[in-house]
Every structure is written in structure tokens, then in C-alpha cells.
Design a protein around this ligand. Structure first.
Ligand code: SF4
Ligand code: SF4
Length: 433
């Protein structure tokens, strides 16, 4: 190991260690959620994962931005192979160690080289759109300046990543013009403009580009846990564990379902002693993030703030306060706050705040039509509606707090067995007319 590989190894392990520490904190926060079985039907889930996460199919509903985003994502997947190679090279003082893979290496480097340009062009278009075009979907009361700065920082880092990748390849070709590993269609073309540089200049170009690229990778990796771009990491588990039932199907609460079944069963003994294992839930619905399940919390960490959900939301379109993107951002914000409280004061600490009311108002919740358009539109299968429903359940079942119209309907159901104001005995009266 020479001096530079020792320095590189120390930096790499520090960066990976820091990332793992922040990742552990996020996983700990997600595990604050209640249990939820999403480990069923692995084959169906894998198919959905390939189609939606890797295929990026839901993004193509808006073809222009969808294709650009997909190019950036696929480009990253291809270029990651080169990043792993750089880490191996850096630790063991090697040069293009994966070159032994032969034609697979040629294919991977050629795709990476082309993808670098496509990603660069896509990022330039995204940057232009963010700075100079007023896209309604990217604005909204929940979109603070920090969101925009976060997006711009990520775009700048990705652009420099691609530029340094290309200049590194050019420098590599320049150092071994006759016998280099891999295939670099774009870098080869660009190399022709500086082919007359001497070996020392090529070495400087290569080394500066190599260090710039790998340092940017490590900086970007450690920026991810603080950024909405964490979806790069979360999109895969989030899509795999997403809801694969029909969208309109809501989760029943087992304890309530049991009570209703007893009510509807004419043979049931209303005074029967409850079974020994019968346990009633601590509370109904959700008041804070710890009442939500782990999938809902993972959803919040996966949200890209793209606003596709909000732009499809009929309540939002008609000027109501509700924005499903805000529901996800608020949930993530509250979860981070709870996590920080645990770090500072231990897990039993309470700050007397909650997701309901302190972050999400009842006006927002009751504006929802439960139409599922947000869930349908989300490119990562995030489900804002399930959080809205759980918060509403808490309002109704724990606080008896619901709009007057709903309270009237609840009374009717309780008294008449139907949402209308007519007694059950009058149901067949229509036939007399
Ligand atoms: S389910 Fe609710 S939040 Fe989602 S789009 Fe429909 S109205 Fe909006
Ligand atoms: S929930 Fe989905 S559609 Fe809505 S902002 Fe987040 S990622 Fe975009």
C-alpha cells in the first residue's frame, strides 16, 4: 500500500462509516413505527419492483420529465459499477482492476461513458427548468427555499460527477493510448482534441479528475440522508414493500371488525365473556408518527417532493388546504424531530407535540376525498392517503371530532343501520307508492 492508497482508504472508511451511522439513525426512526406485514407475495413484489423502481414506468405518465429522470437513474446504476472499481483501485493501488472482465467491462465502460453525457444533458435541462421556468408542480406552500437549494446542490454535484468521469476517462486514454482497458466512445472522441498533450499533463488531468470524482461520490453519499435525494437509496425498498392490493381497499381494524361481525350476527351472545386472548388496541388511528406503521414512515423518507401527487389531487386543485406532498413532508419532518429528541433525551421523552395538529391540521385532513389519485400518481408508490385515513380515525374514534355532516351520518348508522335518517322499518315503504 502506498501513501495515497492509505490516505484514500482512511477517507473512504470515514465516509462509509458516517453514512452507515446516519443510515442506522433513519432505520431506527422507521422502526419506531408499528408492525405491518409486507413480506407476502415476493414474486409479485419483485415484478412491481422491476417495473416501477428499475423500469421507472410511472414516471413516463409525463414523458418529457419522465425520460430525463429515468436517464439520470439508469445512468447512476451503470456508473455505480465504475465507482466500485475506483474504490477497489484506490485501496489496492490498482488501475482499472475490473479490466479483467473483458467484453463485459467494454460494455459497462461504453454504457457509462454514453450515460455520463446523457445524465449531464438531463441535469442541465433540470437546472434550467428549476431556475428559469415556473413549474407549478415544483411550488406550493410546503416547498420552502431549502427544498429548492437542496435540488440545486444535488444537480451541481451530479454535473461535476459526470464531467470528472469524462475527463478521468480522457486522461486514462491519454496515458495508455494504445493499450487501455474498456471502451469509451465519447471520451475517445473528446480525447482527439487534446491528443497532443504530453504524458505528464495527461497524468495530472487523470489524477485530479479521479480524486474529484471519488470525493464527490463520497460527499454526495453523505449529503443523501439530509436531502430529499435519499430516495436514490429508499426507492427500491419502498416500491418493494408498497401496497399491492387494489387501491380502494382500506385496512380494517381487527378489533372493530370483530365487534361489527358480532353486531351483525343474529346468533351471537352480546353478553358473552371475551376470549382470554382478546386484547383491545391501545388507541385507534394515529396521532403521532409512532402510531403509524413502518411502511408509512418509510414512505415519508422516500418522498422526492416531486409534487405529482399534489398536482393530481382534486382537493388541492379546487383550492383546499390539502396537499398530499405536504402530508409526506410533514411526516418526515416530525419523524426527524422525534429522532432528534430520542438522541438528546432518550426514548421515553415527550415534547408534547404531535403530527396531528402541530404539523397537519384537521382542515387538511377533512378536505381529502379518499380518491387515491395521489397514490396512483406517485412514481414510488407512496401512499399519503393511508396516513390521512389513520389520522382521521384518531380524530373520530379517540376524540369524537368529525365534521357535523359526518356525525349525523354516524348517528344514522348507529340508530338506523344506514347512513340515512329513516328507520329500518320504513325501508320498504317505497313499494307502497
Ligand atoms: S386521496 Fe385525498 S389527498 Fe389523495 S388525491 Fe385524493 S383527495 Fe387528494
Ligand atoms: S408522495 Fe410521491 S408523488 Fe408525492 S411528492 Fe412524494 S414522491 Fe412525489
Amino acid at each position: 500500500m502506498d501513501k495515497s492508497s492509505i490516505i484514500f482508504t482512511c477517507i473512504l472508511f470515514f465516509a462509509l462509516g458516517l453514512f452507515s451511522y446516519n443510515l442506522w439513525k433513519i432505520v431506527r426512526n422507521i422502526r419506531l413505527g408499528k408492525s405491518k406485514n409486507r413480506f407476502d407475495q415476493p414474486l409479485k413484489r419483485t415484478k412491481i419492483l422491476l417495473k416501477i423502481a428499475f423500469g421507472q414506468t410511472k414516471l413516463f405518465a409525463r414523458p418529457a420529465s419522465g425520460i430525463l429522470h429515468a436517464l439520470v437513474y439508469w445512468g447512476f446504476l451503470v456508473i455505480t459499477i465504475g465507482t466500485v472499481e475506483m474504490m477497489v483501485d484506490g485501496i489496492f493501488s490498482l488501475d482499472r482492476s475490473f479490466g479483467v472482465l473483458g467484453s463485459f467491462y467494454d460494455m459497462a465502460t461504453a454504457s457509462g461513458d454514453v450515460m455520463a453525457v446523457l445524465v449531464l444533458v438531463s441535469c442541465l435541462i433540470f437546472m434550467f427548468r428549476r431556475l428559469f421556468l415556473k413549474i407549478k408542480r415544483l411550488s406550493g406552500k410546503e416547498m420552502k427555499k431549502a427544498s429548492s437549494i437542496d435540488a440545486i446542490i444535488a444537480l451541481v454535484i451530479i454535473m461535476f460527477l459526470m464531467i470528472s468521469l469524462l475527463t478521468m476517462n480522457i486522461g486514462y486514454i491519454g496515458l495508455h493510448p494504445e493499450n487501455y482497458f474498456g471502451s469509451f466512445p465519447i471520451s475517445n472522441f473528446l480525447y482527439s482534441f487534446i491528443a497532443n498533450w504530453d504524458a505528464q499533463s495527461m497524468e495530472i488531468l487523470h489524477d485530479i479528475s479521479w480524486w474529484t470524482h471519488i470525493m464527490l461520490v463520497l460527499i454526495f453519499l453523505n449529503e443523501l440522508p439530509y436531502s430529499k435525494h435519499f430516495h436514490v437509496v429508499m426507492s427500491i425498498p419502498n416500491v418493494y414493500f408498497s401496497n399491492i392490493e387494489n387501491l380502494g381497499k382500506m385496512d380494517n381494524m381487527p378489533s372493530v371488525t370483530k365487534e361489527v361481525k358480532l353486531m351483525m350476527d343474529p346468533n351471537a351472545d352480546p353478553y358473552a365473556t371475551p376470549a382470554a386472548d382478546a386484547s383491545s388496541p391501545e388507541s385507534f388511528g394515529a396521532k403521532d408518527v409512532t402510531d403509524l406503521n413502518w411502511v408509512q414512515l418509510m414512505n415519508a423518507y422516500s418522498c422526492t417532493e416531486c409534487g405529482r401527487c399534489t398536482s393530481e389531487c382534486p382537493a388541492n386543485q379546487t383550492g383546499k388546504l390539502l396537499s398530499p406532498r405536504k402530508i409526506m413532508m410533514d411526516t418526515r419532518q416530525r419523524m426527524k424531530e422525534v429522532g432528534k429528541n430520542i438522541d438528546k433525551h432518550g426514548k421515553d421523552y415527550t415534547d408534547n407535540k404531535s403530527l396531528l395538529n402541530d404539523y397537519i391540521s384537521t382542515e387538511e385532513l377533512w378536505a381529502c376525498t379518499t380518491c387515491n389519485a395521489c397514490t396512483q400518481a406517485c412514481p414510488l408508490n407512496i401512499d399519503p392517503l393511508s396516513i390521512i385515513v389513520d389520522l382521521r380515525r384518531h380524530l373520530v374514534m379517540e376524540q369524537s371530532f368529525a365534521p357535523t355532516e359526518l356525525n349525523m351520518m354516524f348517528n344514522n348508522i348507529e340508530n338506523n343501520g344506514a347512513p340515512w335518517q329513516f328507520p329500518a322499518a320504513d325501508r320498504l315503504k317505497w313499494k307502497d307508492e
